[in-house]
Design a protein around this ligand. Structure first.
Ligand SMILES: [Zn+2]
Length: 954
């Protein structure tokens, strides 16, 4: 009954929806001429715009995207900068691009246009009179494009190799939700109206062009055939990448295509050409295939027609036949990813290996279906193109190369040592990409605006998570049912603009199932899937298995009985919340296991096995694993590696580190590093246990309760014990792309030293605000500290000022206050050495050295002067300022000054830094040249955290 009502309702909604659906039509005629000396396009464009909407339109929004390369005010430039790329921001005028000479007429009469107030790559035509509902107008304009350098995004040239995309004035989509204007971005794609293109390209005769549409010129067809014949006979392609002289004579070649929503073209004088064809699986129609490539990776492209063939074939088979006559892939360098799709034509970047090239070619060709034919709004719902396409990509690779694994490329010894033998490509490319974000609450929903993703999530969520979620849906529905749904979706929505709810309606209609757990939960939220088995009761005929949903998605769950590694029949259980007991046919199973085949994107797989015999039914056997590995669904992993530590008093200590987390994840974690000191012949080492909770929704994105403990010697005779519980808090932020972070840390330190009576206790509170923006990042630290004999407050400001593309000015400002009864705790003007670190918080080679080589290991704390001041300290206030500037790679010059109110110190010197090590060399200080002493004694040494981990055995 429920099902029937549900079916009727969803049928009704499809019907209702079909009635208010409309779609504008935009037909283009463009004549364009390429000038390959000054890298410009001169063009005339005629657009026939038909208003199929029920509204009269008095304006038309246009995208004029070459302007996104014009200056640093564009959304493209800002978004790239925000994401950490400064190449467009620092571009020269010559490298930039733009679109000019616009002069719009509508039906022969001039119309005004305004630039969008915020985005110069969008403009608005003010129509002299509205286009009535159902009316058609003819819009004309000349335009000139200055082609930018190809290193920024998708439109561009590398010398005389041209990638002409997003290049002409184009009306934005107007649909029932209104206008969809969007500035051009690299991260985030497109949404365009369907129509026809008739494009004539004039350029020097010796260029070869791959483009959208059917080539209309017999002579050019003949030329391509000739090139293909020649390419077929080449056995060795050579390495020449130089550009031949352009022909004096030009040619005009014409491409026509219907039912597409974009037109891209690629021109190069060096292209080799291969030609082939594919017979479509359903209609039997033949499609002509071309690949065009330079010598750059010609050896990889040898079999490229096969990749084109298989891509067109499998996508047609699984989703519906390719509706066009030609499909082309060209080799070109683009900055936005490994490849880029346009209707009928795709551009492929350097790939490195045959398999990578095949993957990119088939992926981009696949976009003809998911982007090209099914014209969804990619900017708002990137999963509908990139995600569903990635599902097809993974399926293609699995189908064609069922026994091939990425780990096969690793040396056998590595695969063995790191326990990667059973790791599948899906584990790596699908699951890990998603899990790493989900385990630390750094993931974002599958349905999310493209521009708001972090760079990591645009790949890990849009592509990877969508692909594995559709795997799950297909496994649950059955591949045939799933394929029927996709074919139905394709038939119903080809050459249209489907929305997420249209995909849902098709799937629910075809299957008669309520799929809201998928389309309304898994797709638009960061909720997680996690089931476990909580109980099994044996009945006479059946096992009664109680399943528990520990996650936040009531998706279906599949269980198997496993005997000696052999699985019995799978049982899919419809999703639920809480617990549910299901019957499963009785057998002599070793255990019952959830998701034996790894089809469910569960974020916790360590609770999926329940033994039918024995005592510890839910315990998975322990697996000792050197260094680290991926997660293991059947084992409890304990990782280990040898630990080695050195300090002056224990000398070398050797031991082992044991830990349970290799990839960051919430929950309980430990790392214990017991060691044996060869000098003191005693047990030394350190350990940490912590409990971490990550969250998307609470005020803190991370809460970590942690206890550190360590024991080493601090003099030749005396050892210390240090014990420090702490709490770390990271504030959540409204957007993960936000570069501003707030951290709070509170810790208690208990220090027991062998020869000193009584123990030392300290309490520390820290607050850090950091803004890791690409230009001029800075941070602010506030610290309060209380010990038995003092109270201290520190303010530190760090600023990294970008003078230009390469030069940086680092500024550190410090202000400290202390109220102390013991001079040990006075504020120090010089950077600390091990001896000044009274809480034993730093990793020091020698905690008790006042002078000598080992005392030159420095920690930039308090006043932080890199030169040794004459014991300048303060029992009240102390302030300092230091600057450094990178002269050349690895070499900085610094200047510093500070005062304690009484006296003034200053210095300048050089600072050499290389992998983990910084060497400070004072040149001139308040004491004179070389700090008034010989040069060598003034040299001090800083060691980075990473290097400390190696030396100090953490
Ligand atoms: Zn893609």
């Amino acid at each position: 009954m429920k099902k029937t009502i549900f079916l009727i309702l969803s049928l009704l909604s499809v019907q209702l929806f079909a009635q208010d659906y409309f779609q504008q039509e935009v037909n283009y005629i463009i004549d364009v001429e390429l000038n390959d000396k000054n890298h410009t396009l001169i063009a005339e464009e005629t657009i026939e715009y038909t208003n199929n909407s029920p509204d009269d339109l008095d304006i038309l929004w246009f995208h004029i995207w070459p302007n996104s390369y014009k200056d640093n005010t564009t959304a493209l430039c800002k978004h790239e900068l925000d994401g950490g790329s400064t190449s467009l921001y620092n571009a020269t005028e010559e490298e930039r691009g733009n679109i000019t000479n616009l002069n719009f007429t509508v039906d022969g009469k001039k119309v005004d246009f305004n630039y969008h107030p915020e985005h110069i790559d969008i403009c608005k035509l003010i129509l002299n009179k509205p286009i009535k509902a159902g009316g058609t107008i003819i819009i004309k304009t000349p335009f000139k494009v200055k082609i930018p350098n190809a290193e920024f995004s998708r439109l561009g040239h590398v010398d005389q190799s041209y990638m002409i995309t997003q290049w002409y004035p184009k009306p934005a989509v107007y649909d029932k939700n209104g206008w969809h204007i969007m500035p051009y971005l690299s991260q985030g794609e497109f949404y365009s109206e369907f129509g026809s293109f008739d494009v004539s390209i004039t350029l020097p005769q010796n260029y070869t062009v791959g483009a959208t549409g059917d080539l209309q010129n017999k002579g050019e067809h003949f030329r391509l055939d000739e090139l293909a014949e020649i390419t077929d006979t080449i056995t060795s392609f050579g390495t020449d990448m130089s550009f031949p002289e352009s022909s004096k004579k030009t040619k005009t070649i014409r491409f026509i295509q219907e039912k597409v929503h974009d037109f891209g073209w690629f021109a190069d004088k060096r292209f080799h050409v291969l030609k082939g064809e594919v017979k479509l699986p359903h209609s039997g129609r033949t499609v002509t295939l071309y690949t065009m490539f330079t010598n750059n990776e010609a050896h990889l492209w040898k079999n490229s027609i096969e990749y084109m063939h298989d891509a067109v074939y499998y996508y047609s088979l699984w989703n519906g036949d390719y509706p066009y006559n030609y499909c082309t892939a060209v080799d070109g360098t683009i900055a936005a990813g490994g490849g880029m799709e346009y209707p009928n034509v795709t551009v492929i970047g350097a790939s490195g290996t045959v398999r990578a090239l095949e993957t990119v070619i088939m992926h981009e060709v696949g976009h003809n279906w998911f982007y090209g034919i099914l014209g969804s709004n990619e900017r708002d719902h990137a999963w509908m193109d990139e995600g569903i396409n990635s599902y097809n990509e993974h399926r293609y690779m699995r189908t064609k190369y069922p026994n091939e694994k990425m780990t096969d490329n690793l040396p056998k010894i590595v695969t063995k040592i790191l326990d990667l033998k059973n790791v599948t490509n899906k584990n790596i490319m699908g699951e890990m990409m998603y899990f790493m974000g989900a385990w630390t609450s750094k993931d974002q929903p599958i349905d999310f605006p493209s521009a708001d993703y972090t760079g990591m999530n645009y790949g890990g969520i849009v592509y990877s998570k969508t692909a594995i979620c559709f795997d799950y849906l297909a496994a649950y529905l059955g591949q045939d049912v799933f394929d029927n749904c996709m074919k139905n979706y394709f038939e119903n929505w080809k050459f249209k603009h489907p929305q997420p709810k249209d995909v849902k309606a098709i799937f629910e209609n075809k299957t008669g199932k309520d799929l809201s757990w998928f389309f309304d939960n898994m797709i638009p939220t960061t909720n997680q899937l996690d089931y476990s088995i909580s109980k099994i009761k044996k009945g006479p005929k059946n096992l009664h298995i109680t399943l528990k949903n520990n996650g936040t998605i009531p998706g279906p769950v599949v269980i198997f009985g496993v005997t000696d590694g052999v699985v019995s029949k799978e049982l899919w259980v419809e999703g639920f919340e809480g617990t549910k007991t299901v019957p499963y046919i009785n057998g002599a199973y070793d255990h019952i296991r959830i998701d034996y085949n790894g089809e469910m994107p569960e974020t916790n797989r360590n609770n999926n096995i329940y033994k039918t015999k024995g005592l510890f039914k839910q315990c998975e056997p322990i697996k000792l694993q050197i260094i680290g590995s991926l997660y293991h669904p059947e084992k409890t992993q304990i990782f280990f590696h040898p630990a080695l530590s050195w300090n002056k008093y224990n000398t070398t200590s050797v031991g082992m580190s044991f830990y349970n987390r290799f990839i960051p994840k919430g929950g309980f974690s430990y790392k214990l590093s017991p060691m044996y000191s060869f000098r003191t012949k005693e047990l030394v080492g350190r350990g940490n246990v912590s409990l971490t909770k990550y969250s998307h929704s609470s005020i803190f994105s991370k809460v970590k309760l942690s206890v550190d403990a360590e024991q080493f010697n601090y003099t030749s005779e005396n050892a210390y014990k240090r014990f420090s519980p702490s709490i770390d808090l990271t504030l959540n932020k409204s957007s993960l792309r936000d570069k501003k972070d707030h951290y709070i840390k509170a810790s208690y330190i208990y220090l027991e030293k062998d020869n000193e009576k009584g123990e030392l206790e300290f309490i520390k509170g820290n607050y850090t605000f950091s803004n890791a923006r690409t230009l001029h990042p800075y941070s602010l630290h506030l610290q309060l500290e209380k010990g038995g004999e003092f109270t201290k407050a520190n303010i530190i400001m760090n600023c990294n000022y970008h003078l230009n593309q390469k030069k940086r000015l680092m500024i550190r400002g410090y202000l400290g206050y202390v109220n102390s009864q013991n001079s040990t705790y006075d504020l120090q003007m010089s950077a600390w050495n091990g001896n000044m670190d009274y809480t034993f918080s730093e990793k020091s080679f020698a905690r008790s050295e006042i002078d000598g080589t080992l005392s030159n290991q420095v920690f930039i704390r308090e006043g932080g002067m890199k030169h040794i001041t004459n014991n300048m300290t303060s029992d009240n206030l102390l302030t300092s300022l230091s600057l450094d500037y990178n002269l050349i790679k690895s070499l900085k010059i610094y200047a510093e000054a500070g005062t304690n109110g009484d006296k003034f110190v200053y210095g300048t010197g050089l600072q050499y830094y290389t992998s983990g090590l910084t060497i400070y060399m004072p040149m001139y200080t308040e004491n004179g040249l070389f700090n008034g002493d010989d040069f060598l004694n003034g040299i001090r040494l800083g060691i980075s955290r990473e290097m400390k981990m190696e030396i100090f055995g953490m």
